[in-house]
Design a protein around this ligand. Structure first.
Ligand code: GDP
Ligand code: MG
Length: 351
């Protein structure tokens, strides 16, 4: 065997140059020797792939290739990450710049002295208290229950009929703007559920006001609720205009957070209802106890300017805090004016 393996290079070369013919039985052992020899020594004098030194070299080369590939991949990934990060940075920088310029613009508004006086006279603004106790001027005096829940509807078919056609004052605004708490405060009740969690009111709720007033205060689902499922949003966007078309709706109070002013959702809503019937509207700036008086004055002025294009006059922009009670008295005056007295209601029924 050893002898054969020594003569293998010559034999191998001779065998390769010959045409493939049947190998006689006597030469089979030689062919086997060639095959076995080719596993230990190559024809060019290199060690065969199974040789430990060669295997180590192959493994080292493969490891180097792998390492190079990983380096290339890491470089490509970090390049694309830095590209997207710089795009995000550019976008947020643009947003921040827009915010800054908006804020600059807002702060450049000079608070008018008459607006500052109004704020001071009602005790509005951060850390202020109402100058007149609102409990002295309730919506309905001596009523055990100033308002009573009568109905809730999630679709047009189940709207409260209100066949007497008593006036309905609808409260609407973005979710969490303070609708429910304001209804409680202005009516002097606690029956409307208030929660910090947005989107609690998912139906239109009618609250009947006690005698001698006649009418309803209506709590509506919040619009622009980011977490609502799409089908729920669609349902609401249908039900709200359907409700506002009703002739019983005598006034719409659009609540806007005094800390933020008009948001996109408010503008879109006001725009969408401007195509409906001519419905008297008021803007109620809520949570005024959370805003510094000078900021509140600027906010009032800028909101008055913003809503002018929707036909809403400054006399219909009201500042209030359901928490401190400041501004509740003028809001109650507005509601009383809107809700008919019993005599007026009876006269209307007799017609
Ligand atoms: N500081 C302050 N918080 C308020 C005022 N009005 C409402 N809130 C709070 O705002 C959150 C949402 O109020 P809610 O009336 O349920 O809002 P809705 O979703 O519009 O009905 C609750 O945590 C309220 O306590 C307010 O005038 N001042
Ligand atoms: Mg609510």
């Amino acid at each position: 065997m050893l002898r054969h393996s020594l003569s293998i290079p010559a034999l191998g070369a001779a065998h390769a140059s010959r045409a493939p013919t049947a190998i006689p039985a006597t030469r089979c052992c030689v062919a086997a020797a060639i095959r076995s020899a080719s596993t230990t020594t190559s024809t060019r004098g290199r060690p065969p792939p199974t040789h430990p030194a060669r295997q180590a070299k192959i493994a080292a080369a493969a490891a180097k290739r792998r390492e190079q590939h990983e380096q290339r991949m890491t470089a490509a990934a970090s390049k694309s990450a830095s590209a997207s990060a710089s795009a995000v940075t550019a976008k947020s920088a643009a947003q921040a710049a827009a915010e800054l310029s908006k804020r600059k613009q807002f702060m450049s508004i000079t608070p008018r002295s008459d607006v500052l006086d109004l704020i001071q006279s009602w005790g509005l603004g951060e850390n202020k208290r109402p100058t007149v106790n609102p409990d002295k001027y309730p919506l309905v005096a001596h009523a055990k229950r100033p308002v009573e829940f009568v109905a809730a509807a999630k679709r047009e078919g189940s709207f409260w009929k209100n066949e007497e056609r008593w006036p309905e004052i609808a409260m609407i605004g973005r979710s969490n703007v303070g609708k429910s708490r304001l209804i409680n405060a202005v009516c002097g009740t606690t029956i409307v559920r208030v929660k910090a969690k947005p989107g609690l009111t998912q139906s239109i709720n009618w609250y009947k006001v006690a005698k001698p007033l006649r009418g309803y205060v209506v709590d509506m689902p919040g619009y622009g609720f980011a977490y609502a499922k799409d089908e729920r949003k669609e349902g609401w966007s249908e039900i709200i205009p359907e409700y506002l078309k009703r002739p019983q709706v005598s006034r719409l109070l659009v609540l806007v957070d005094a800390r933020h002013g008009l948001k996109m959702a408010d503008v879109e809503f006001l725009d969408s209802i401007s195509r409906l019937r001519r419905l008297p509207k008021s803007i109620i700036l809520t949570k005024c106890d959370l805003v510094r008086p000078d900021i509140l004055a600027r906010r009032y002025q800028s909101v008055c300017q913003d809503v002018h294009k929707f036909g809403i006059q400054p006399s219909n922009v009201v500042m209030v805090s359901a928490k401190s009670g400041a501004g509740l008295i003028p809001l109650r005056t507005l509601l009383k004016r809107e809700l008919m007295t019993t005599a007026e209601a009876e006269a209307a029924a007799g017609q």
